[in-house]
Design a protein around this ligand. Structure first.
Ligand SMILES: NC(=O)C1=CN([C@@H]2O[C@H](COP(=O)(O)OP(=O)(O)OC[C@H]3O[C@@H](n4cnc5c(N)ncnc54)[C@H](OP(=O)(O)O)[C@@H]3O)[C@@H](O)[C@H]2O)[C@H](O)CC1
Ligand SMILES: [K+]
Length: 507
């Protein structure tokens, strides 16, 4: 699914009005009805609804919702932010409709002294500003926002918490942004909702469809996407009945060192579960019996060194390589990694210590084979790319690096972002906080390697791998709880994650 900037959303909005066709006021009524229905399903007439309406269409939505809820028997009061300019267009029509209906108290806020007294059970509806916000809030609107944030009441934001920008909030003023309990956003998630630092403003959020024109959506270009299940399903190849294990490739995993053999075990198991035909796990000598015992399905390649990785095997049998979990950053390991960089001819995924070695030898980055996959967590990414002030800036760094180096960068987080060499960026929505646990990254490396080995194009392997990893984590959390989730659970539930994907369950 494409993600749009607030400016682009306004364009799709206009396209819908012209081409559906639908009048501006009817589109607002449709959006308002979605919000009204959502609220009515979760609250009762016992809660008074207190609306804060701004001068634009976000305010217009609030006015329309207040009228619709009043029709359903709710008590309501509207506080219109009044800069002394008359309302125009659809907000003006909605104000008139409210006056005619006569069921909702109508007030104006001209100075902060007009801010109302409220009861803690009142639900506050924030319709001050939405996607038309052009600069951080100051003056009267900012004072209203600070008052709202000081109250114990639940706040429901219409479309966007007022004061929050849809994309970049670098220069914004945090205390002048509404802290919503819930945000009901229209048609598309706004990009800034996908950044962890903005959760305090959005609270939980839900997308309410308002029937914007599919053609308008299709012809508006975007390089940002939210990964959806249907797209991922289409990227998983169907297995022929006549397949044999050679059909699904041969993965080489270089992972583990003394004290960190768990990384090798976790990544190996995940790689096998992701469907590789064959797996060879390359381990230091001391790791031989560990990996043979823990993962009998894997073949083993033994390093001449007792406790670390120093030399990779002949690469000719392998269809993909994964390197990094638990390998450490000793000098022999660094040398072997560099040599691998020069020799490898098949798709490769770099994780953990492999990334740490690369950040200490940044000149090697230029030698990364095209379409290599890098899977840093935020700390590893910082070491690779430098500091950033917020997520928006960080994803710009991520996109730039992916473009410059012609690699795929999987930046792990609550919404993992995947940057492609052509500038596209995918946000992944599967996964849960239980997955922020030891070894979770090793399982992701294993999954991506397993998919690469089966000849999925690297861009698909990255998107599918991240999606399945998160989905398996979600399914595991349902059985084991978010708190008790451990990395092996993710691998254990990978099969169920595959079954959830339509193409596979069709068998
Ligand atoms: N397609 C959809 O999703 C639909 C969305 N709807 C709703 O419409 C809003 C967007 O409405 P819009 O009128 O474009 O914008 P806002 O209501 O957010 O506010 C615009 C007015 O606010 C002024 N403004 C902007 N920034 C500030 C500020 N920092 N301080 C004070 N005033 C500000 C702006 O004036 P300018 O000075 O910038 O010119 C405007 O007067 C969307 O969020 C949805 O809620 C439709 O109802 C249905 C379709
Ligand atoms: K709002």
């Amino acid at each position: 699914m494409k993600l749009f900037s607030t400016k682009q959303i306004a364009e799709v909005d206009r396209f819908t009005i012209e081409n559906e066709p639908v009048t501006d006021i009817d589109l607002m009524e449709r959006a308002a009805m979605q919000i009204t229905t959502w609220i009515d399903q979760r609250f009762s007439e016992e809660n008074k609804m207190v609306f804060f309406a701004g001068p634009g269409n976000n305010g217009g939505d609030a006015l329309a919702v207040s009228r619709q809820l009043a029709e359903r028997g709710y008590r309501g009061a509207v506080y219109l932010l009044d800069f002394g300019k008359p309302l125009k267009g659809s907000p003006a029509i909605n104000w008139k409709r409210l006056e005619e209906q006569g069921k909702v108290e109508l007030h104006r806020i001209q100075s902060i002294d007009d801010f109302p007294e409220t009861n803690p059970s009142d639900i506050l509806i924030d319709g001050l500003f939405g996607s038309g916000l052009s600069r951080p809030l100051e003056g009267l609107p900012a004072s209203i926002v600070r008052k709202i944030n000081g109250l114990p009441n639940k706040v429901i934001a219409i479309d966007i918490p007022s004061g929050l920008m849809g994309e970049d909030n670098s220069g914004n003023i945090p205390e002048n942004i509404v802290n919503a309990y819930f945000t009901l956003t229209l048609q598309f998630p706004k990009i800034s909702f996908l950044f962890s630092e903005n959760e305090r403003y959005t609270g939980s959020w839900e997308v309410l469809p308002i029937g914007l024109h599919p053609e308008g959506i299709a012809q508006t270009p975007s390089k940002l996407f939210l990964v959806d299940k249907k797209e991922v399903t289409g990227m998983i190849p169907r297995r022929s009945r006549f397949a044999h294990k050679g059909t699904f490739g041969h993965a080489l995993l270089i992972a583990g060192s003394y004290g960190k053999m768990g990384a090798s075990v976790l990544a190996s198991k995940a790689c096998l579960r992701a469907g590789t035909g064959l797996l060879t796990s390359h381990v230091p000598r001391m790791g031989y019996s560990i990996i043979q015992t823990a993962v009998p399905e894997a073949m083993t390649s033994v390093d001449p060194h007792d406790s670390i990785f120093t030399e990779f095997p002949d690469l000719s049998p392998f269809t993909a390589v994964g390197i990094g979990p638990g390998i450490g950053v000793k000098s022999n390991t660094r040398k072997a990694l560099h040599e691998l960089l020069e020799k490898v001819q098949v798709p490769i995924v770099f994780d953990a210590d492999a990334l740490n070695i690369l950040s200490e030898n940044k000149e090697w980055l230029k030698q990364l084979p095209e379409n290599s996959i890098l899977t840093p967590h935020p700390g590893e990414f910082r070491r690779l790319a430098g500091e950033s002030v917020n997520t928006w800036e960080r994803i710009q760094q991520q996109r730039q690096m992916a473009r410059e180096l012609k690699v795929i960068i999987v930046l792990k987080g609550a919404f993992t972002t995947i940057a492609m060499p052509d500038g596209k960026l995918f946000f992944n929505a599967t996964g849960n906080p239980g997955m922020a646990t030891a070894g979770s990254g090793d399982t992701l490396t294993g999954i991506i390697l397993g998919l690469l080995a089966q000849s999925l194009p690297p861009q698909h392997a990255a998107v599918v791998g991240v999606f399945l990893h998160g989905l398996a984590g979600d399914l595991a959390a349902r059985k084991k709880s978010i708190n008790a989730l451990i990395a092996s659970d993710i691998t254990e539930f990978l099969g169920e994650a595959f079954l959830e994907m339509e193409s596979v369950s069709a068998f």
